[in-house]
Write a protein of this length. Structure first.
Length: 319
């Protein structure tokens, strides 16, 4: 099978190895007894709040996926379909290498009634929307806390990635469509650029943009709730926004499984800049990652009615 080709297996093995290396490196500098103490003392009420936020986030993610499919005039499914496959794909993304995780699950889900070229564009555009939204939040954070960023060179990587987001969007939607040629790569790139522009700037784009921004703001609120659960010292919302957005933006780089290791390292460094001890920052990140999995499972369960309903014949009937 193509998705289990030697190249895919090698890339997956590298991701697994990097995840293990990062987590082992972190374990060497953390106090296990302190980690156990923090987990045992976690406030169940705030953990529940964090879980609810993450579940809501997955439901809204499914809605964005549906809107992208609508924007590209793809064959439509009922909302149950998007809920089930969103939950399952996110669950897979947390435990499998990215190249055979979420992207493969979504591609499989859509490929039954949608041309593979359109499936790939839907997956890529959904990812691009997440990147652009995160980049926007990082840029907003820089504007609100310029002193914090200028005094912390470690945050410049995230800022650089954030700046590349809008720049890449402009290249894809303004320059690439002007390319001439009939080569397959040129045609595919041109189509991707036009579809991305249609999604972000066309009919219904305001809803897509607001949903994309709200998804990552919900991540920040989830971290805030989990921070309260483990007794984080007072860190204001703006610093949560800056640190969490930067950390999540770095995890978009697909070099580990589900962002494990990268997310923990980024948050340990980021919250360390505001005097949060490493064990507490690590516990915050690990709790977030662990709660994403059951919240994704719940969303997948909510979508199980999709297996008992007939496919939509008319896109107008999509609900």
């Amino acid at each position: 099978m193509r998705f289990l080709s030697p190249k895919v297996l090698i890339i997956s093995a590298i991701q697994i190895a990097l995840t293990v290396v990062l987590l082992v490196a972190l374990a060497r500098v953390l106090d296990p007894a302190k980690l156990r103490q923090l987990l045992q003392a976690a406030n169940p009420v705030w953990l529940t709040v964090g879980f609810i936020i993450l579940t809501a986030q997955q439901i809204i993610s499914a809605e964005r996926w549906r809107l992208v499919a609508v924007a590209l005039s793809a064959p439509q499914y009922r909302m149950w379909f998007y809920l089930f496959w969103q939950g399952l794909s996110m669950l897979c993304s947390m435990v499998l290498p990215s190249i055979i995780g979420a992207d493969l699950v979504r591609t499989y889900a859509l490929s039954g009634r949608t041309p593979i070229g359109m499936v790939v564009r839907i997956v890529l555009i959904d990812r691009a929307l997440g990147l652009l939204a995160l980049a926007t939040l990082v840029i907003v954070s820089v504007l609100v806390l310029p002193g914090f960023f200028s005094a912390q060179p470690l945050l410049l990587l995230s800022v650089a990635i954030a700046v590349c987001g809008p720049a890449t969007y402009l290249v894809l939607t303004r320059l690439v469509p002007r390319l001439r040629g009939t080569q397959r790569l040129v045609l595919a790139a041109r189509e991707l650029g036009l579809d991305l522009k249609r999604t972000v700037e066309g009919k219904g784009s305001t809803r897509v943009i607001l949903i994309s921004l709200s998804l990552h703001l919900l991540s920040v609120f989830a971290f805030l709730a989990l921070g309260n659960a483990i007794g984080m010292p007072e860190v204001d919302f703006v610093h949560y926004l800056a640190i969490v957005s930067c950390a999540l933006l770095v995890t978009i780089i697909p070099i580990s499984i589900g962002g494990w290791g990268i997310r923990e390292s980024a948050l340990v460094i980021g919250f360390g800049l505001v005097s949060v001890e490493p064990e507490r920052a690590f516990t915050l990140s690990a709790t977030f990652g662990l709660l994403v999995m059951p919240s994704s499972a719940v969303v997948a369960l909510l979508g199980t009615p999709t297996f008992f309903q007939k496919p939509i014949e008319d896109p107008v009937d999509a609900r």
